[in-house]
Design a protein around this ligand. Structure first.
Ligand code: COA
Length: 174
């Protein structure tokens, strides 16, 4: 599917090539929330995402916009890493990306599509029906100690066999 915007033609893709993953990694380095991500982790995160939405420059294949979704396809879908590369901002690519997500057939009947963002982006997402008014719901997060991601051998191995812990951290959970 090719989309014509003010800056030219962009092609929709739902898988990234190795070169596009590297371009995504570079895009991440420009944002406070994704700076410092490691290329191998980025590759794994993209591989293990349920849906990938991306637009690349039709002529060159260069990645221009990206987001990914984790979902059970029934109750929840969570949108992550909405990002448009700087030279392509304010051209309508962010809009095109959000329209692709909110009209995707696999997500049409999912009970909730969720995301988290800074307050200044609330008006952006409100355009597609997202609301920050969640009543008494709170966003919670647990951040494991840095060691437990790279070197299994701490508390989780008391519950999980070491072989499983090793395969989760080196190859991803399949
Ligand atoms: C936020 C972002 C994805 C928007 O992408 P974009 O391609 O520049 O946006 P578009 O050109 O498609 O804008 C679509 C509409 O949203 C509006 N909009 C864009 N950014 C906005 C913002 N920060 N707040 C409110 N509205 C915004 C535009 O004015 C436009 O409205 P219009 O169609 O009525 O003119 C992009 O600026 C970006 O990648 N930012 C850095 C990464 C980031 O912070 N991502 C969010 C993670 S939660």
């Amino acid at each position: 599917m090719t989309t014509k915007l003010k800056a030219g033609n962009f092609q929709f893709v739902n898988r990234l090539t190795g070169a596009q993953i590297e371009q995504l990694w570079r895009m991440y380095q420009g944002e406070w929330w994704s700076r410092g991500r490691n290329i191998n982790d980025v590759r794994r995160a993209v591989e293990h995402s349920d849906l990938v939405f991306a637009y690349c420059v039709a002529e060159t294949g260069r990645l221009a916009a990206f987001t990914r979704v984790l979902t059970d396809f029934v109750y929840k879908a969570v949108l992550f890493d909405v990002i448009v590369d700087r030279p392509y901002r304010d051209l309508g690519l962010g809009r095109t990306l959000l329209e692709a997500v909110t009209s995707h057939p696999a997500l049409l009947f999912v009970e909730h599509i969720e995301l988290y963002c800074r307050p200044e982006l609330i008006p952006f997402y409100e355009q597609w029906g997202f609301t920050a008014h969640l009543g008494k719901l709170c966003f919670m997060r647990r951040t494991p100690e840095p060691l437990s991601r790279s070197a299994p051998g701490t508390s989780q191995t008391q519950i999980w066999p070491s072989a499983l812990t090793r395969s989760c951290t080196s190859d991803g959970v399949r």
